[in-house]
Write a protein that binds this ligand. Structure first.
Ligand SMILES: Cc1cc2nc3c(=O)[nH]c(=O)nc-3n(C[C@H](O)[C@H](O)[C@H](O)COP(=O)(O)OP(=O)(O)OC[C@H]3O[C@@H](n4cnc5c(N)ncnc54)[C@H](O)[C@@H]3O)c2cc1C
Length: 494
């Protein structure tokens, strides 16, 4: 026998599928607004983290729009060093409890994971689930990991909009030592994270706790302040050395069909804002802006916003919630998890139907939704198969409420009095250069206002890129200058 000691076996969990996550049963959760997935405990998180094989190429890092060192934080969780793992994530992302819940990991880090072999029945590593565990662990254990801020530079920065793009830019610029003020039109910070995504997917307390971290870094918040109305963009720019625009894409689209002005038709944004932000479901007990007492409702669309609207409506206890979509299930743009949860909750999917009229009930309110039956033709520009009308096939469902969730574009309020700010006239988005700089030298933009409706993590990634360029602009006058020594905005976590 050789004396050479055997190499210790790697501590790896060879399970093919993700460690399951407990969730509220569908039959219970449709009666409350509590969170649906219940998260991992320490044992489950460690087990899932140990599925990561620490492969050489680490494709997950490039798959993450903010470049989190995913194998490193999973390794630390596998060693039960939760604080170390959290520090590793916070080098790149200060909102782990949020991103762990709402990021489309299945299209990003998990999609490119070396483990991901659906044909062999093998799941990718459950990156989002472990990330969420760490965010929650920090809150449960009052573990504050606040980045150290550089010495004050004396430069004043305005951030317009407090969605994920604005919050990320604010965090990064505060760390660089700049004096940051966030101006927000609504009375709560967070953008879509607050007013759009419902409590049962992202509890508001979690968002507010993560936003508190910014206040600890000295970021000031001015709420109820719609720039463009409360004060012009020009005036805000005059008071600051640099300005960041992250006002999102909150202007809903309509179908342009008869009946859209009837009582009982909502845009998804209005419906979700009334319920999520203003407690509109509590009427008559305390909501000034209630939603209707709904009996039969049709939600039109099949993205995350449509799923959120349908699942929110379900919790208002109507008789039926239809989800009307003009293509098939395969083309639905919502996250797979949201579609799955909506089906479990009994949302009635009416696929391959496109609304052609919202029918008056004779009293100026919604009485029915009339739809054209569709079939799928050749792929269109989006790469998805184009819906084509089936001649003579019209169907009608009796409803009293219709929620339209077919897309949105930037709200023109902010930029209405800035004709010389370069924009894409068709999409309404602000045009930027490679450094996220607008046609105003001192003004940068990121998130949905630039891309149109996208994702939380993309908005954050862009917010970070803009903050880097703004820092270079503030310190050297050139946003394209080579990055200095302190270019890694998250060095020095305390
Ligand atoms: C219902 C819904 C569900 C979604 N679900 C998901 C999901 O599960 N996962 C995911 O990754 N993405 C999801 N998205 C998309 C994602 O939320 C957005 O891409 C992201 O929030 C964009 O961030 P942002 O910072 O650019 O803008 P926003 O989040 O829209 O924030 C913009 C902020 O600017 C404020 N503002 C606007 N105009 C002004 C003004 N003139 N002055 C001051 N403030 C102003 C707004 O009030 C808002 O607070 C969802 C979107 C919706 C609508």
């Amino acid at each position: 026998m050789s004396d050479t000691p055997k190499k210790p076996k790697k501590n790896i969990n060879k399970a093919k599928t993700k460690t399951p996550m407990r969730e509220q049963p569908a039959g219970e959760r449709i009666f409350n607004f509590e969170e649906v997935p219940l998260g991992y405990n320490e044992e489950e998180a460690t087990l899932e983290a140990l599925r990561c094989i620490q492969c050489k190429n680490k494709p997950c890092i490039a798959g993450c729009p903010v470049g989190i060192d995913i194998p490193a934080f999973l390794k630390l969780v596998g060693e039960k060093d939760y604080e170390g793992a959290l520090r590793k994530i916070k080098e790149k992302n200060f909102l782990p409890a949020i991103c762990g819940r709402v990021c489309p990991q299945e299209d990003q880090c998990e999609m490119v994971c070396t483990l991901n072999k659906p044909d062999k029945g093998r799941d990718p590593g459950g990156v989002g689930r472990v990330e969420r565990f760490l965010g929650d662990y920090a809150m449960e254990h009052d573990l504050t990991i606040t980045p150290e801020c550089a010495a004050p530079t004396g430069k004043k920065v305005a951030i317009i909009g407090s969605g994920p793009a604005g919050l990320t830019a604010a965090s990064d610029l505060a760390q660089k030592g700049h004096d940051v003020t966030v101006y927000e039109a609504l009375h709560k910070p967070g953008g879509v994270l607050f007013y759009g995504i419902p409590q049962f997917r992202l509890p508001k307390e979690i968002l507010l706790r993560e936003v508190d971290g910014l206040k600890d870094m000295g970021v000031k918040f001015v709420m109820n302040y719609p720039v463009g109305k409360a004060e012009s963009l020009e005036s805000v720019r005059e008071r600051h050395d640099a300005t960041f625009i992250g006002t999102g894409a909150g202007l809903p689209w309509f179908l342009g069909i008869p009946g859209e002005n009837l009582n009982g038709v909502y845009s998804a944004n209005e419906f979700l804002t009334r319920v999520n932000l203003m407690g509109g479901y509590k009427f008559p007990d305390g909501a000034d802006t209630p939603v209707k007492n709904i009996k039969r409702i049709a939600v039109v669309g099949a993205g995350n916003t449509a799923m959120d609207s349908a699942r929110t409506a379900k919790r208002l206890q109507p008789e039926i919630v239809y989800l009307v979509y003009r293509r098939s299930r395969l083309e639905m743009p919502a996250r797979v998890e949201e579609i799955h949860h909506a089906e479990q909750e009994g949302i009635d999917f009416q696929l391959l139907h496109s609304p052609i009229e919202i029918v008056d009930n004779g009293k100026g309110a919604v009485g029915a939704i009339r739809c054209q039956e569709m079939e799928l033709g050749e792929p269109d520009d989006s790469g998805r198969r184009r819906p084509v009308p089936v001649e003579g096939k019209i169907k009608e469902w009796a409803v009293d409420t219709v929620v339209l969730s077919i897309g949105q574009s930037p709200n023109p309020l902010l930029t209405a009095d800035c004709p010389d700010l370069a924009r894409d006239e068709r999409r309404g988005t602000i045009t930027i250069n490679d450094w996220m700089q607008t046609s105003y030298e001192d003004t940068f933009a990121a998130g949905d206002i630039v891309t149109g409706g996208a994702t939380v993590i993309l908005a954050m990634g862009q917010g970070r890129k803009a903050a880097d360029a703004m820092h270079r602009y503030l310190t050297s006058g050139d946003p394209a200058a080579p990055a200095g020594e302190d270019s890694d905005v998250c060095d020095g976590l305390s």
